[in-house]
Write a protein that binds this ligand. Sequence first.
Ligand code: FUB
Length: 326
Amino acid sequence: MKTVRKSALAVLAMSAMLPLLAQASNPAITDTLTADPAALVDGDTVYLYTGHDEAKDNKDFYRMNKWLVFSSQDMVHWKNEGSPLAVKDFKWAKSDAWAGHVVKKNGKYYWYVTVRHRDINGFAIGVAVSDSPTGPFKDALGKALISNDMTTDTEIDWDDLDPAVFIDEDGQAYLFWGNTKPRYAKLKDNMVELDGPIHSLDLPNFTEAIYVHKHGDYYYLTYSMGFPEKTAYAMSKSIDGPWEYKGILNELAGNSNTNHQSIIEFKDRSFFIYHNGGTPQGGSFRRSVCIDDLHYNPDGTIQRIVMTSEGVDPVQSGVSRETAAN
Ligand code: FUB
């Protein structure tokens, strides 16, 4: 009897500890399909902005009409904040809510997105703005920020996609984007106008999903390489380059032929956020966001990502995976 009571108490004690020991898994979000992650650290919260795959199966193509937002304080528990932005919010856009990126500047949140233009052939980049990280967002310009007729040096009409904005320590913002040809331009302080010419970059086997971040003394430029895509990276001491190619950062993302990354630092840890087709019936057009740890070497290079099923340990709980196992 005593033993039974002791075991019951042990079970009770264990279940009381469960929230503390909560462990992530990959994919990190499983209640809906999420692709093309872009994360923003804002105080104690990480906001995760994603696309939403609606393809019925993986013989289909991308069916994407809106974007989603999730929030977390520990990188493990994600609150679904709904969909505060859709293609229909851009009157000049026709379809295709492809990859986007959100940054905060002067207390406002700017969401740069890929859409197909209604009147100008090809893909385009729009920008929406909000006073809150979870919206509502509204078209900040009433027209495209970048349209395909502004970049006429490729033969494809999908070269203007996957916007990513980097804001340097001096407050200067840069818009990066492109497919097959990586490009960047300065943004004015109002965040909705280019400030100067569009520059091209030279990156080996560049496909898309360009993303720029800074850590220590280095700028890092990550991007999808080849097809199916691996994530590669380059480093520089200056935002204007030259960029030194450093190799593969992430291997093929399982059964997804695209690979799209976001890299953040949150509470002294670094995270690599990407997508694969890891949910049941998942695949290249039914993708899901995953999160794994990212580690720098002492010389500033980045260790190759280890994609895991277990995901990351929670931030802030004070209970690491190792402690929990003991
Ligand atoms: O989600 C549609 C497209 O697939 C994105 O724009 C690319 O980055 C790739 O992930």
